[in-house]
Write a new protein. Structure first.
Length: 184
């Protein structure tokens, strides 16, 4: 069975929304974690907001420091969870998942291939965790309080969910890379 993994940037106050506005450092250790994620996954699951934002950008990247990620994500199958989008054909290799989230995700996980990465999509990550569909949560915890009313990874009314710490290590810029697995 394929593993479903989320790797998210998060602030000390739990903000996962718009990391480009509060993430001040990106170091070699973070790059290594993201590279390992690319190598161990060959499909992407994302929500409507991330899809809409990324579909307008990643297909246009053909050179520069982001080209390796652009090539990977543009060439990989992308599964979009949405109740609002009706079409995702504007980004190649994209498929819209409608209906029962658990059924759709379990079908993906039962398929052939490497792991499945959840790209961005903090609301989707919280839903996957609550539904016991997420296998691993990697948080790159930045030493910053993002504040200012930004959306946090878990809302105040999130259900209790126990996780086990698999590993934790600080990076040279002070980010803590923490890997958790849900207790089942």
């Amino acid at each position: 069975m394929r593993k479903l993994v989320s790797c998210l940037f998060v602030s000390l106050d739990g903000v996962a929304e718009s990391p480009d506005q509060w993430q001040f450092a990106f170091d070699e250790e973070m790059g290594q974690v993201l590279t390992e994620s690319l190598e161990s996954n060959d499909a992407i699951l994302m929500g409507a907001v991330t899809f809409t934002e990324w579909a307008g950008y990643w297909p246009t990247v053909t050179e520069g420091e982001d080209v390796d990620f652009a090539n990977w994500i543009n060439g990989s199958p992308k599964y979009v969870v949405s109740s609002t989008l009706s079409d995702v054909s504007d980004w190649s290799n994209s498929q819209l998942l409608k209906g029962d989230l658990a059924k759709a995700v379990n079908e993906l996980k039962a398929g052939e291939g490497k792991g499945i990465s959840v790209a961005g999509s903090p609301r989707l990550v919280a839903s996957l965790l609550a539904a016991d569909l997420l296998d691993e949560l990697v948080l790159l915890i930045h030493p910053v309080v993002a504040g200012e009313g930004r959306r946090r990874l878990f809302p105040d009314d999130a259900p209790l969910k126990k996780l086990t710490l698999v590993s934790a290590r600080p990076t040279s810029s002070g980010v803590v890379i923490a890997t958790y697995r849900p207790e089942r």
